[in-house]
Design a protein around this ligand. Structure first.
Ligand code: CO
Length: 258
């Protein structure tokens, strides 16, 4: 029997954050599944192309990785998504699995981070453990990616879970979906918040965190919030740096793994 675990993320072209997030997750998987060979793949074609051209780094897509595992006679394959929501990127993994469904004795896939209700509470708790001490008029504003896929509902749902846990000073917005920063600012004003700590709600702290969240351009959240009079602090760690989040991905690997 030849067993493999394939961890599949969106990917990043930022080497520094990759080392402490995606690479750290891979290391944890190696420790958690000593009887498996651990491989990684990225769902983003743009990132893979960029890494190839810039760094001559070859990273497989999920489909290419399954081809590789088949060619190398792996018969038990467990694929784990490192995505946060069940959106378009996770669909790419499912399509790759469908195309390979008859090629392995066992081929299983683990769901993204925010899937069950328990996941939402566990993620909120894990994120909260890294929040700084907040003053009375201070709040955490997290930037999720956002999407036009219906899975975008995960972002307001996670914010709602923070409320249920008693955390009224955590706000979640998105770069490419709903709510946008303007919607978050309506809430901040209503709740008389004066200071905010910006934190990415993303596995890696890459391009969106560096530019869209913390950049100096006029469309960055930092710029927009400072212009509106808020005192802004930054905590630019990717969620992959959080051990509890990394362990959640390991727990998401299908049970029939044994
Ligand atoms: Co993006």
């Amino acid at each position: 029997m030849k067993k493999a675990v394939l961890v599949v993320s969106f990917g990043t072209s930022y080497a520094e954050t990759r080392a402490v997030t995606l690479d750290a997750i891979e290391q944890d998987f190696k420790a958690a599944f000593p009887d498996c060979d651990v491989f990684s793949a990225y769902t983003s074609n743009i990132i893979r192309r960029k890494l190839k051209e810039r760094d001559n780094l070859n990273i497989m897509s999920p489909f290419e990785a399954l081809n590789y595992l088949q060619e190398n006679n792996y018969d038990h394959v467990y694929v784990q998504s490192l995505h946060i929501i069940n959106g378009y990127e996770f669909a790419k993994i499912k399509i790759a699995l469908l195309r390979h469904k008859d090629n392995f004795k066992k081929l299983r896939v683990g769901n993204p981070l925010l899937t069950t209700h328990d996941d939402y509470f566990a993620v909120a708790k894990a994120l909260k453990s890294k929040f700084p001490e907040l003053a009375e008029d201070e709040a955490v504003v997290m930037m999720g990616h956002g999407t036009d896929h219906f899975a975008n509902a995960c972002y307001p749902a996670l914010e709602r879970v923070f409320r249920t846990m008693g955390d009224r000073n955590v706000y979640i917005g998105t770069v490419e979906g709903f709510p946008e920063i303007e919607h978050v600012m309506q809430e901040l004003e209503h709740d008389k918040v004066k200071k905010v700590v910006l934190i990415p709600l993303m596995i890696v702290s890459g391009d969106h965190a560096t530019n869209d969240l913390a950049g100096d351009d006029e469309d960055s959240w930092k710029f927009i919030l400072e212009k509106a009079g808020y005192e802004v602090k930054l905590q630019l760690n990717g969620m992959g740096e959080n051990e509890e989040i990394r362990q959640m991905f390991i727990k998401h690997v299908p049970r029939m793994y044994q």
